[in-house]
Ligand binder design. Structure first.
Ligand code: GRF
Length: 223
């Protein structure tokens, strides 16, 4: 068998359930993602995602924000922790912390986030409720590079989800989450394969061409 691409060393940061982490683990275990998930870090000791990581045999660390007086000190400790694992990519997967500019700069072009909305719409929290309140007929999720601007970095891929009659926030969130689990492993795969990168002008390059808009999941042919 021809050898696949070398594995990209990855660190995943979480705060909660870690279902996106699980999607990455599943893709990796299925041989669909050439990534070596070296560590999962949570700022909360009770994050269920830590158990998911342990079950998969991945190292875990808890770094509680409560142990640090300032955001800058927390982020410095987090950077130091990550340094030991030498990640080529940092994946934010439900990591509920705003990162300092210094931390973001350190991982420029090497840090992804997933956000439950069709960015640039609905940055920040409570996206599902806000979509319903606005009466939108469409919602979704976006994977983007992390920049200093909260939920504002260049987007790689989006999945669109129709808002259905009778949807409440929970039902809508569940349908969006299911799509998150499709687009996040795909985006990470593209990075690991060297197909996606951020260029010096801050543009997302896919297969050597700048994206004028994020890839839409339904544009992709199934393999
Ligand atoms: C997801 O909705 C993600 O978009 C948001 O936080 C949630 C994390 O869910 N950033 P999980 O912990 O991956 O299950």
């Amino acid at each position: 068998m021809a050898p696949g691409p070398p594995e990209l060393p990855v660190a995943v940061l979480i705060s909660g359930s870690g279902s996106n982490l699980q999607a990455l683990i599943d893709a990796q275990q299925a041989g669909e993602l050439a990534a070596d998930i070296r560590v999962v870090v949570s700022n909360r000791a009770d994050a269920y995602g830590l158990a998911r990581a342990a079950t998969a045999g991945i190292e875990t660390r808890v770094l509680s924000h409560r142990d640090f007086p300032t955001r800058a000190e927390y982020d410095a400790a987090l950077a130091e922790l990550l340094r030991g694992f030498e990640p080529g990519l940092v994946i934010l997967a439900g990591f509920m912390r705003i990162l300092t500019p210094g931390f973001v700069a350190r991982f420029h072009g090497r840090m992804l986030n997933i956000h439950p909305s069709l960015l640039p719409k609905y940055r920040g929290l409570h996206t599902h409720e806000r979509v319903l309140d606005a009466g939108d007929n469409e919602h979704g999720a976006t994977v983007h590079f992390v920049t200093e601007e909260l939920d504002g970095g260049p987007a790689v891929i989006q999945a669109r989800v129709p808002v259905l009659p009778g949807d409440g926030a929970e039902r809508l969130a569940a349908r969006v989450l299911a799509q998150e689990h499709r687009i996040y492993p795909l985006a990470v795969r593209w990075l690991a394969e060297g197909r996606v990168r951020l260029d010096d002008a801050g543009r997302v390059m896919l297969d050597g061409r700048p994206l004028s808009a994020p890839v839409q999941l339904d544009e992709i042919e199934p393999d």
